[in-house]
Design a protein around this ligand. Structure first.
Ligand code: ATR
Length: 287
């Protein structure tokens, strides 16, 4: 899609496709930016049942939307549906941002760049000394974070997962310097880690906490979590109590939204404390 100009932004409609999608914070983010930049576009939740997603995406060009975000459980279906995927989307195996270009559906995955932009903003220079990094989990979020870290040369990456085969398949998929491990190996891996990333759902409100002993981590290590409900997960709280640097997961959500907004509405928006506060206000008891 040619980036929109201010004169063409009226009536541009975008949204987030998911099932369920009512919980998504993306409307809060994009509506904040639309208001801030005085643009006439719209951004709404687009609930699409799994049985309807393939057909919905096939006819996306005539849906009236200029583009959309894609969330659970449709990110893989979106990759399968696009005429063109960015290298990051192909590598991650999922699309979270759609746009139309010359009538054809294009897809990107902005989770990797969102993850990096968040760390760059909150902990500048975090990648200066490279790895080793320890990534907990082996799902879609882990794939995005491995692509991000590998792209920055933050290697080696140890992928630690309850189901070892899933970690092994990521190690095979992403190649050299990426290894698969059981939870039992964690203490030894933490001993030399510069970065620890949680990509599992553990620690999220309603889930069991991620109870790991952070004592082996070196004093200069950075700990980050992709969970943002609560903002300070038990993992981050225990890292902070140990005096380690921490970065919460909300910034990744905010930063991954930037490229889509620019594609659909023609203005590259910023992730500011005001935006963050607007989204934090929607977290209710999970602040
Ligand atoms: P996503 O695509 O959002 O990353 P996912 O594919 O469901 O979600 O992956 C969730 C991750 O959290 C997985 O690594 C999962 O471990 P398994 O591969 O063994 O299922 C991990 N996870 C979820 N609940 C867990 C638990 N109770 N203990 C340990 N790991 C857990």
């Amino acid at each position: 899609m040619k980036p929109a100009t201010a004169a063409t932004t009226s009536l541009r409609q975008a949204g987030v496709i998911g099932w369920p999608v009512a919980h998504s914070r993306s409307p809060t983010i994009h509506r904040y930016w639309l208001r801030k930049h005085g643009l006439a576009g719209s951004y709404d939740p687009i609930p699409v049942e799994p049985e309807r997603i393939a057909g919905f995406l096939r006819s996306f060009a005539s849906s009236g939307f200029v583009g959309a975000n894609v969330t659970i459980p449709h990110k893989e279906a979106a990759l399968a549906a696009v005429a063109h995927a960015t290298p990051a989307a192909s590598a991650i195996g999922a699309v979270n941002t759609l746009w139309l270009e010359d009538g054809r559906l294009h897809g990107a995955n902005t989770d990797a760049e969102g993850f990096l932009a968040n760390l760059d903003q909150i902990a500048p220079g975090w990648d200066g000394a490279g790895g080793p990094a320890v990534v907990l989990g082996a799902g879609g979020a882990a794939r995005a974070i491995i692509v991000a870290l590998r792209g920055r040369g933050v290697l080696p990456i140890a992928v630690v997962n309850r189901t070892r085969e899933r970690a092994a398949s990521l190690a095979e998929r992403f190649g050299d310097h990426i290894t698969a491990h059981d939870w039992s190996e964690l203490p030894a891996l933490l001993g030399t880690a510069r970065l620890l990333v949680n990509t599992t759902s553990l620690g999220m409100a309603g889930q069991p906490p991620l109870a790991i002993d952070l004592r082996p981590l070196p004093a200069g290590a950075l700990v980050t979590d992709i969970v943002y409900t609560p903002l300070e997960t038990p993992l981050l709280a225990s890292a902070r109590a140990r005096g380690l640097r921490t970065v919460d997961g909300l910034g990744m959500l905010l930063h991954q939204a930037v490229p889509g907004f620019e594609l659909w509405f023609g203005v590259r928006p910023e992730v500011t404390p005001e935006l963050r506060a607007a989204v934090v206000a929607t977290l209710g008891a999970h602040k």
